[in-house]
Structure formats: structure tokens, C-alpha cells
Design a binder for this molecule. Structure first.
Ligand SMILES: [Fe+2]
Length: 241
């Protein structure tokens, strides 16, 4: 099993404004401090990841193992079938600041196109070794990591992986990522519902062969940019019912 919540140190800290001339009037100094305390203030805001429907197949019963390794359930010896994919990325705010203590959940069909859900088609053909769902709690870098399989199509959908992003006091955010260049993307109604071309681009992910991998493993990076504001986090969860 893989560990969750790696916590690499990240130099997010406020930038020093030491050495500011004392001749600056207070107002100017305050304005400068506010400016400098926002990393990325000079950069353009990032493209927000588009919301996508949660769909009907979030597991209706969670698996016994909900870690970030979807290939091996608990201590099983047999791994799931599929193209092994190391899926990672960062959860960021629109200024590019990493969001920590954010729960990232993914779910997807197995190599036979079956969800871990009682309502999924072809349930009798499900790969019992595929976890189908996983969780990862971000650390200070905002990074998440899963070991899973490259998604496959199922009737009516181009290959995709579902994401739910959760944090206390925030509204749940759901989206889906897709295989860049997959021929079925352009026929997929949910993908096509994203109208902004930059937002479409933001959910298209390269599944890249890992050099020297003898078993043909893939790497995929999917950063998720949220429009969460600081005000959101100050609102107590209770006020949202
Ligand atoms: Fe789906």
C-alpha cells in the first residue's frame, strides 16, 4: 500500500519586505505589503478547472480499502488488470497557491468498463482486483498521487477519471479528466459541454510512457485549479447546513 499525505516542504511563505525605506508613508507600505504577500500577483490568473457532473457512479458502497493505490486492494497478491498509470497533480487556487488538507477522491471503471457501483452495467464482469476508488489528502505542496489504470471507454462515454475535491467549509467540487488526443473525446457530450477552449484543454491529460519502465507504465499529470476564495474557508461548515 502506498502512503498518503506526503508533506514535502514548500516555500510558500510571505515574501520579505525588509529594507523598505522608512520614508515610505504608511499607506504605501501597507499597499506594498499586501501586494507582495500574494505569490503570483504579477502572473496572470490560472485557468479554472471546469466543473463536471459527478455522474451516477460514485461508489454507493465504499471499498474496504480507500487508499491511493487502486491496483492492489489491501494486501492482495493479485493486481488489477490495465495499463498502470501514475496519476498525480496539484490542487491550486487561481493564483497558483497550493491547497493543503484537501481530500482528493477519484473513481473510474475497471479495464472492462465496470464501475464499483451496484447500478453499473456488466457488474458480473467486474475486475474484483481493481479498487475502483481512492483517496489522497494533500500536504503543503498541494500534490496528490494515485496509482491506477489508464481509463477505458464504456458505452456512451469517452475514457475519463472522476474527481471529487473536498475540504471543510467548502462546497464539494467535482470534475473529470480525459486522455488527450483520444478519438472519442469529441463525441462525448459531457466533455463537449465545456465551452471555453482553455477549460477544455485544462481537463485533457497526456498519458506518457515512463522511460525505462519494463512493464509499460504511464505517467499522467492533472493540476486542478479551484476558484475557492479565502472567504470560503472562514465560513464555518455548520452554516452550510
Ligand atoms: Fe463516468
Amino acid at each position: 500500500m502506498l502512503m498518503s499525505g506526503q508533506d514535502k516542504s514548500f516555500a510558500l511563505g510571505k515574501r520579505e519586505i525588509d529594507g523598505v525605506s522608512r520614508r515610505w508613508c504608511l499607506k504605501a507600505a501597507a499597499a506594498a505589503a499586501a501586494w507582495w504577500s500574494v505569490p503570483g500577483a504579477f502572473a496572470e490568473e490560472l485557468v479554472l478547472t471546469p466543473r463536471q457532473t459527478e455522474g451516477p457512479f460514485y461508489p454507493n458502497r465504499l471499498p474496504l480499502d480507500t487508499d491511493n493505490d487502486l491496483l492492489i486492494i489491501n494486501d492482495n497478491i493479485t493486481a488489477a488488470v490495465g495499463k498502470i498509470t501514475h496519476l498525480s497533480g496539484r490542487i491550486l487556487d487561481r493564483s497558483g497557491r497550493p491547497l493543503r488538507n484537501v481530500l482528493v477522491e477519484i473513481w473510474q471503471v475497471d479495464s472492462r468498463g465496470v464501475y464499483l457501483h451496484e447500478g453499473s452495467a456488466n457488474r458480473d464482469q467486474r475486475d474484483a482486483n481493481f479498487q475502483g476508488f481512492g483517496r489522497f489528502l494533500t500536504g503543503t505542496t498541494g500534490e496528490y498521487y494515485f496509482r491506477t489504470i489508464q481509463p477505458v471507454p464504456y458505452p456512451g462515454r469517452t475514457p475519463h477519471i472522476h474527481f471529487a475535491i473536498k475540504a471543510p467549509g467548502r462546497e464539494k467540487f467535482t470534475t473529470q479528466c480525459y486522455i488527450k488526443g483520444h478519438p472519442q473525446n469529441e463525441q462525448d457530450g459531457i466533455f463537449r459541454s465545456i465551452r471555453d477552449p482553455r477549460q477544455r484543454e485544462a481537463v485533457l491529460v497526456d498519458f506518457v510512457p515512463i522511460p525505462d519502465s519494463k512493464i509499460g507504465e504511464l505517467a499522467a499529470r492533472f493540476d486542478i485549479v479551484l476558484g475557492w476564495t479565502p472567504e470560503d474557508s472562514q465560513e464555518p461548515p455548520a452554516s452550510r447546513g
